[in-house]
Design a protein around this ligand. Structure first.
Ligand code: FES
Length: 325
């Protein structure tokens, strides 16, 4: 399993953007177009890039929610994202669905991509579920330019099939396939007909991605040709405390926040990129305490050693960790 680029990024100043468009796609899906508030020209972004939107969780805590771009920002000088209103929202999607309006100013961190398509791939197969389609909408635009060979399989609820078909812009070459409802997608058939040199990209809920990964592995796909992007509340768990050994401070990590978020709230600067456990940028040393590893970066040897974790997604296995910070 590959995890995209390993470039690290220290926190950078956010930029102000104005909500230019809000479009309801379904009962729980909205498309947002964000323009630079100062009229500046947005820098290009790589396919698979996401932005981090700073949003108040309603309790005074500012969180950074990651949203994949669905279009190259230089096309219309906009960041375009799709947001699903999650029932368990900590404020991010609830704020954008219920309180945000056209003209409002948001603060975002510029796009970075930890999930780019592989340039040398002979064929690109994208498999997504629900809002997991978003990075592949950008991929598709890129393939129009590069001429890459591709197909996209989107699994969704029947009541959202029309919305996703509209987003994916069904093409005459039948490379876009919308699979509505349980049992509608024959994954084995798709995986078995691909030529050598095909790369498989998957984005969706954790269980969906695990099922695709397991099936591809069982059918002989090498890990180097499998790529995943995580999204959603993959950081939830039991609250715990972290003692920062070098700075002699203790922080509390809540049930619905990541260790990285808790460290940022405490004013510590920890490098990050994907915030989804796939790039390795937020590696932190651990000197004491069991770890619940949830990333897709560390080797089995590193997990067994137990002296490092990825702060954006992994947690304490018990009630306390001691960190080398
Ligand atoms: S920021 Fe990418 S693994 Fe944590």
């Amino acid at each position: 399993m590959t995890s995209g680029r390993s470039t690290t990024r220290m926190p950078v100043p956010p930029i102000a953007v104005r909500i230019a468009v809000i479009e309801a796609l379904s009962a729980t899906l909205r498309r947002f177009a964000l323009e630079p508030a100062d009229g500046a020209v947005l820098a290009p972004a790589a396919p698979g890039a996401h932005i981090l939107v700073a949003l108040d969780d309603g309790g005074g805590t500012v969180r950074r929610n990651a949203y994949s771009l669905i279009e190259p920002p230089d096309r219309l000088n906009r960041y375009e994202i799709i947001v699903r209103h999650a029932e368990a929202s900590r404020g991010g999607s609830a704020y954008l669905h219920k309180r945000a309006g056209v003209g409002d100013i948001l603060r975002v961190l510029p796009p970075q991509s930890a999930f780019p398509p592989v340039a040398s791939a002979r064929q690109h197969v994208m498999v997504s579920a629900g809002i997991g389609i978003t990075p592949f909408l950008f991929y598709r635009r890129a393939f129009e330019t590069t001429g890459g060979s591709w197909e996209l399989h989107q699994c969704c609820r029947p009541d959202e099939a029309t919305a996703f078909a509209g987003l994916a812009d069904l093409d005459t070459e039948q490379r876009v396939h919308i699979h509505a409802g349980r049992g509608a997608f024959d994954l084995d058939a798709v995986l078995c007909r691909q030529p050598l040199g095909t790369h498989l990209y998957c984005c969706g809920p954790a269980g969906f991605m695990a099922a695709v990964r397991d099936r591809a592995t069982a059918l002989g796909w090498p890990p180097s040709r499998l790529h995943e992007e995580r999204f959603g509340d993959t950081t939830a768990g039991t609250p715990f405390t972290a003692w920062l050994g070098r700075s002699r401070r203790e922080i509390t990590v809540g049930a619905h926040e990541s260790l990285l978020e808790a460290l940022e709230t405490a004013g510590l600067e920890v490098p990050f990129l994907c915030r989804g456990g796939v790039c390795g940028a937020c590696r932190v040393g651990v000197t004491e305490g069991g770890i619940d590893h949830r990333d897709r970066v560390l080797t089995e040897g590193e997990r067994t050693a137990g002296d490092t974790l990825l702060a954006c997604i992994s947690r304490a296995a018990g009630s306390r960790l001691v960190l080398d910070l």
